[in-house]
Design a protein. Structure first.
Length: 232
């Protein structure tokens, strides 16, 4: 079998990133290689490097694609509603591109595309009286949300492992005779939907995500809104 043609008429950086985004949506940002992308496009790997660059640059472009799809809430909203709106939009968008949430956790606000979100969020917190704690509050809010998405994404890297792992956990809960009724109830009401998979798992995933967002917003309001970190 010969290598793909080293050049491809009509190939552009946009088309390369389109294909990288498609691969990410089908698997995970960290699951595909430059060779996988080149094979999909019918070109040699060197063509990918020529048009866009290596895997790191491609990851940045895919993350930018995801960020472009996040809708900013209206600036006049109370900060709690503003962040709920932002994170309820950002979570599903990041989940559509598995691995992008983890990339953002690892690299932080290093992309021009994230700056409008960062600026709007910190402005909302400052208007609400967070003062010098605005940056910490913003990081807690975004990191908790993206960490929750990232954990689910990482499970998806191992196709089929999620439901099997939860099913194993369910059987272990049921086998522990000393487990309390509360533990068994947690297994039935929280873990079983993940073990069942499909729509049940998806509903529980997003119910849990919204609970994380709501709890984080409430916690930030209770612990960080008043005072300056230098005075803490």
């Amino acid at each position: 079998m010969t290598d793909p043609a080293p050049f491809h008429v009509g190939l552009t950086p946009t088309l390369v990133v389109d294909s990288a985004a498609d691969l990410t949506r089908e698997s995970h940002l960290m699951s595909w290689s430059i060779r996988d992308l080149a094979r999909r496009l019918g070109v040699a790997p060197s063509v990918i490097y020529h048009h866009v660059g290596g895997k790191d640059l491609l990851c940045r472009r895919v993350v930018e694609r995801m960020l472009e799809r996040i809708e900013l809430p209206a600036p006049e909203l109370p900060w709690q509603d503003w962040f709920r709106g932002l994170l309820w939009s950002a979570g599903p968008r990041a989940a559509e591109y598995p691995g992008t949430a983890k990339w953002m956790l690892m690299h932080g606000p290093t992309l021009p595309a994230v700056l409008p979100i960062l600026d709007a969020g910190i402005s909302a917190l400052q208007r609400a009286g967070f003062g010098g704690r605005s940056e910490i509050a913003y990081a807690v809010l975004l990191n908790n949300a993206m960490l929750t998405i990232s954990i689910s994404d990482d499970r998806l890297q191992h196709e089929g492992d999620g439901p099997r792992d939860h099913a194993t956990m369910m059987s272990e809960f049921q086998a522990i005779s000393t487990a309390s009724a509360a533990v068994h109830r947690m297994g039935q009401e929280f873990i079983r939907p993940f073990a069942d998979g499909g729509d049940a798992a998806s509903r529980m995933r997003w119910n849990y995500y919204r609970a994380v967002v709501d709890s984080t917003v409430s916690g930030v309001d209770a612990t960080l809104r008043l005072g300056d970190p230098a005075e803490a």
